[in-house]
Design a protein around this ligand. Structure first.
Ligand code: NAD
Length: 482
């Protein structure tokens, strides 16, 4: 049982929200030509602000501003000078960290502990890391300088991101693009535009030359206009596999370069020699961190049969201590589901899990009356054929399967159209290395889960997409390869 704690809410007064926002184009907030839409707090359904829906004309304006900035200033600027801007942005992100964390939790629904301790520090770390690369790009590509010519940027990058890590996905996209000398037009997800707009203010505060970063808000149509724009040289997308496939079709036959970071259905594999308490923390972190709205979430737990009862008993006990509720409360472990649409999808797939014969369990847990909530849930008795073992639920729902031998664990783990991440829990170093070689996943964590670092590349196999973000590899996607 969870102890009663006194509420410890972070103050909302740190955030100065405007009632409505325009688009950030050419260094200024401007009116768009389309209608506006509401950004709501998923925890209370309160309207936080009105945001502009950019249409194709607005996108064209943003791309033109990005092209001008690219040609006139940014691509000509020495890397060491570009680095100064990135460092300045990184420092301002740190100075305004609390404000950013509060706004992220308000708009997205994630617990303040996570936005404060994970998202925002990683966002600043990305800008610091890529600032360091801006004047060392000749070391970024294995071939080094081509015929004495330093590596060249691509031009204008069109970037479309999802709602689960709004600021962090923005940092993954913008920091390497700018370090390499590209300019960007970025679209945040329609349910989480507000921190991207606050980031636009930070670009102004950092005196970033106008047009280097442009933020256009809107939904799928706006994203489509960016991807299809003829003067966009590179498309970087993070989101669902379905939309990723549509984007790949749109850019096929054009000169555009593309990176796609898509969905996942990661196996988190617990062997009988694993430290059980540590593994249980890793399972909880793997699937309940950020309400399970994590592309690399450990959503399929594979437990060795001999320790199944013990692991499940301890997991249930640990889940009974999770606090679900107000994202701004510093005691909260699991916040709100980001939107009513996502909640409906989680409910639907959970009902399918029950109807297909899996056994559903959640700890007793009081959910708030207003807002979008889903209790941490596990399904046992899951087989490989169940939809909840195959499809991404993108919520706080864990499917539990068992295995007897390492070979069976590998076969089950790889039996998925996705290939983004995996986790291995064991005492044996040799087994970790063997498993890492066998698993078809872009990232394999050993005795930990959901660890991110700007120096480490991230990306998928198969339907989880292609290209890598982060680390030296992340620069490749923003440099010319001729
Ligand atoms: P989504 O694909 O619905 O939307 C992602 C973004 O694409 C949004 O900004 C949306 O407005 C835009 N969009 C929608 N239709 C579009 C179109 N036709 N053309 C261009 N843009 C379009 O995904 P989502 O529901 O926002 O995010 C959840 C998905 O993102 C999950 O599948 C998750 O696994 C994935 N994800 C992947 C990673 C990764 O690094 N691999 C990271 C985070 C999230």
């Amino acid at each position: 049982m969870a102890f009663d704690y006194a509420p410890a809410p972070e103050s909302r007064s740190l955030v100065d929200l405007r009632s409505s926002y325009g688009l950030f184009i050419d260094g200024a907030f401007v009116d768009g030509s389309g209608p506006s839409f509401k950004s709501v707090s998923p925890a209370t359904e309160e309207v936080l602000a009105e945001v502009t829906e950019a249409n194709a004309t607005d996108v064209d304006r943003a791309v033109k501003a990005a092209r001008r900035a690219y040609t006139r200033t940014w691509s000509k600027m020495p890397g060491a000078e570009r680095a100064k801007y990135l460092y300045r942005i990184a420092r301002i992100l740190q100075e305004r960290a609390r404000e950013l964390a509060v706004l992220e939790s308000l708009d997205n629904g994630k617990p303040i502990r996570e936005s404060r301790d994970v998202d925002v520090p990683l966002v600043a770390a990305h800008f610091f890391y890529y600032a360091g690369w801006a004047d060392k790009l000749e070391y970024a590509q294995p071939q080094g300088r081509r015929g004495g010519r330093p590596p060249q940027p691509l031009g204008v990058a069109g970037q479309v991101i999802p709602w689960n890590f709004p600021l962090l996905m923005l940092a993954w996209k913008i920091a390497p693009a700018l370090a390499c000398g590209n300019t960007v037009v970025l679209k945040p997800a329609e349910t989480t535009s507000l921190t991207a707009l606050l980031f636009a203010e930070i670009c102004q505060q950092a005196d970033l030359p106008p047009g280097v970063v442009n933020i256009v808000t809107g939904a799928g149509e706006t994203g489509r206009a960016i991807v299809a724009h003829p003067d966009v040289d590179k498309v970087a997308f993070t989101g669902s596999t379905e939309v990723g496939k549509a984007i790949a079709r749109t850019v096929a036959g054009t000169d555009k370069l593309v990176t796609l970071e898509l969905g996942g259905k990661a196996a988190n594999i617990v062997f009988d020699d694993a430290p059980v308490d540590q593994a249980v923390e890793g399972i909880v972190n793997g699937i309940f961190f950020n309400q399970g709205h994590v592309c690399c979430a450990g959503s399929r737990l594979l437990v060795q049969e001999s320790v199944y009862d013990e692991v499940l008993a301890r997991l249930k006990r640990r889940m009974s201590t999770l606090r679900v509720g107000d994202p701004l409360d510093k005691n909260t472990d699991v916040g709100a589901i980001n939107s009513s649409e996502q909640l409906a999808k989680i409910r639907e797939l959970s009902e399918v899990g029950e109807s297909e014969g899996a056994e559903r369990w959640s700890p007793p847990c009081e959910l708030p009356d207003r807002g979008f909530w889903f209790a941490p849930t596990i399904f046992t008795g899951v087989t490989q054929a169940h939809r909840i073992a195959r499809e991404e639920i993108f919520g706080p729902v864990l499917s539990v399967l068992t295995f007897r031998t390492p070979a069976e664990a590998v076969e089950k783990a790889n039996n998925t159209p996705f290939g983004l991440s995996a986790g291995v829990w064991t005492d044996k170093g040799s087994r970790i290395l063997w498993m890492a070689n066998q698993l078809r996943a872009g990232v394999v964590w050993a005795n930990t889960f959901n660890r991110f670092d700007p120096t480490s590349p991230f990306g998928g196999y198969k339907e989880s997409g292609y290209g890598r973000e982060g680390g030296r590899h992340g620069l490749e996607a923003y440099l010319a390869h001729d």
